[in-house]
Design a protein around this ligand. Structure first.
Ligand SMILES: C[S@@+](CC[C@H](N)C(=O)[O-])C[C@H]1O[C@@H](n2cnc3c(N)ncnc32)[C@H](O)[C@@H]1O
Length: 243
């Protein structure tokens, strides 16, 4: 899978693309990450990529031409399938686990990283989807692009090794993950739940499933409506709610 990132700050990606799981996936050729400086497509001597907003007001707005030219060049650059173009923006649809999983089947994704006050509205027409990574405003689209690329990459076969696998993690089947413990068994009087040291794998699996339901109810109750629960688990939820 290939990611192309259009940004005014290509250096932003140097570390994240080299380190840890993503770095290993890049080194093994499972994913490819290319960063491009939008300025390289800015016409004129000054290579301007932003301008003052029509109608006045504070801040600068990213110009449409450099981004349109960059997209044209990148789309024609290879014979691979047409890329999916994503615009990170606080006004986009909330980016979720399900979208990350779905996007992992694409051959190519292009992210357009905004800066300043944001984009000329006509840039929205060049994108296939607009996503937000949360209800807050960051200084640029680089962190959202990185966050989305990371989340998508985890679903690309071979990126996660077996021990890191996405099995039973938060949001798979609509539930949060169960609590984890490692050595020591007793830390300042806080003991590891007895079931986890019982060696009884059936009991451990049941406990973990129940913990996922309890956690979700406590922390993100709105997820339970769409979670994949058995009738017995639905009854457990009702009991926990005191119904
Ligand atoms: C300072 S922000 C612009 C915010 C814009 N003026 C607004 O109020 O919606 C600059 C860029 O950062 C990116 N960005 C900031 N917060 C984001 C978020 N929560 N999710 C996705 N992208 C975000 C977008 O690319 C945006 O164009």
């Amino acid at each position: 899978m290939r990611f192309d990132i259009l940004t005014l700050f290509p250096g932003f990606f140097d570390g994240p693309v080299r380190e840890s799981i993503i770095g290993r996936a890049v080194a093994n050729g499972i994913i490819e990450v290319k960063t491009w400086n939008i300025r390289d497509w800015a016409p004129g001597k000054h290579k301007t990529t932003d301008d003052a907003p029509y109608g006045g007001g504070p801040g600068m707005v990213m110009k449409v031409e450099p981004i349109a030219l960059a997209l044209e060049a990148l789309s024609n650059a290879t014979d691979a399938a047409r890329p999916v173009v994503i615009l990170p923006t606080p006004q986009g649809k909330p980016f979720t686990h399900a979208q990350a999983q779905q996007l992992a089947s694409c051959e190519r994704i292009i992210f357009i990283c905004g800066r300043y006050e944001g984009f000329d509205e006509r840039i929205r027409g060049l994108a296939d989807a607009e996503y937000s990574i949360g209800d807050y405003v960051l200084t640029g689209g680089e962190i959202p692009a990185l966050a989305m690329m990371d989340a998508v990459s985890r679903f690309v076969p071979g990126v996660l090794g077996e021990p890191e696998s996405a099995h039973d993690e938060s949001f798979t089947d609509g539930l949060l993950e169960y609590p984890h413990y490692t050595r020591p068994e007793d830390y300042k009087g806080m003991r590891v739940p007895e079931v986890l040291i019982s060696g009884n794998h059936g009991r451990i699996a049941l406990w973990r499933r129940e913990q996922r339901i309890i956690r979700t109810l406590e922390r993100r109750p709105e997820l339970l409506a769409a979670a994949e629960l058995t009738p017995e688990e639905r009854r457990l939820v009702e009991r926990l709610k005191g119904n």
